[in-house]
Ligand binder design. Structure first.
Ligand code: GAR
Length: 198
């Protein structure tokens, strides 16, 4: 069995999709052992508690540098015997220490078709604002491995979603979550766990 940590910062709807998939028996080779939030007020923490999953809060502003934050994060992950890390709306940039300690074992969900509308500064609603501003007719979501290049790691899965006339960043975000993110992420995690557990 692969021990999974899910890193969150906000509402945690992607975390919820993972919890639901686990409860439905769809993540055969993995178990969510820990939910770690960079924000103590994240609703994602309530979702984790409701599912009886252990939680931790690690705030970036409590550390002097990204490297110190990374060291503390690695030590929590190691202490909980974590094998795979999922970034599910985690808004704090990870440093090289974390990425190299968990090489090919960190996956991220991004709300666009990478390489469009990704990289530094593209997160949350900003991604959808940029897509609407450019006038694309199709956007979507991407699940990828995390490497040192922001949103630049190998792609695991992608799904396209139509942009509709009259979309706002909020309506587009909701459609991409419902039609792509919440479906792709559990399937991608199940695959990564089963590959590692082989
Ligand atoms: C999701 O749309 C996720 O793809 C995005 O933040 C949202 C978090 O929602 N992540 C990024 O933009 C990362 N660059 P959630 O907390 O409800 O899962």
């Amino acid at each position: 069995m692969i021990n999974v940590a899910v890193l969150v910062s906000g509402g945690g709807t992607n975390l919820q999709a993972l919890i639901d998939a686990q409860q439905a028996g769809n993540i055969e080779h993995g178990r969510i052992e820990l939910v770690l939030s960079s924000n103590e007020n994240a609703y994602a923490l309530t979702r984790a508690k409701n599912a009886n999953i252990k939680t931790e809060v690690l705030k970036r502003k409590d550390f002097e540098s990204t490297a110190d934050y990374g060291k503390a994060l690695v030590s929590i992950l190691r202490n909980n015997n974590i094998d795979v890390v999922v970034l599910a709306g985690f808004m704090t940039i990870l440093d090289e220490t974390v990425i190299s300690e968990f090489e090919n074992r960190i996956i991220n969900v991004h709300p666009s078709l990478v390489p469009s509308f990704c990289g530094k500064g593209f997160y949350g609603l900003k991604v959808h604002e940029a897509a609407l501003q450019r006038g694309v007719k199709v956007s979507g979501a991407t699940v990828h491995f995390v490497n040192c290049e922001c949103d630049g790691g190998p792609i695991i899965a992608q799904k396209a979603v139509e942009v509709l006339d009259g979309d706002t960043p909020e309506t587009l975000q909701k459609r991409i979550m419902e039609q792509a993110e919440w479906k792709l992420l559990p399937v991608a995690l199940a695959k990564v766990c089963s590959d590692l557990d082989a």
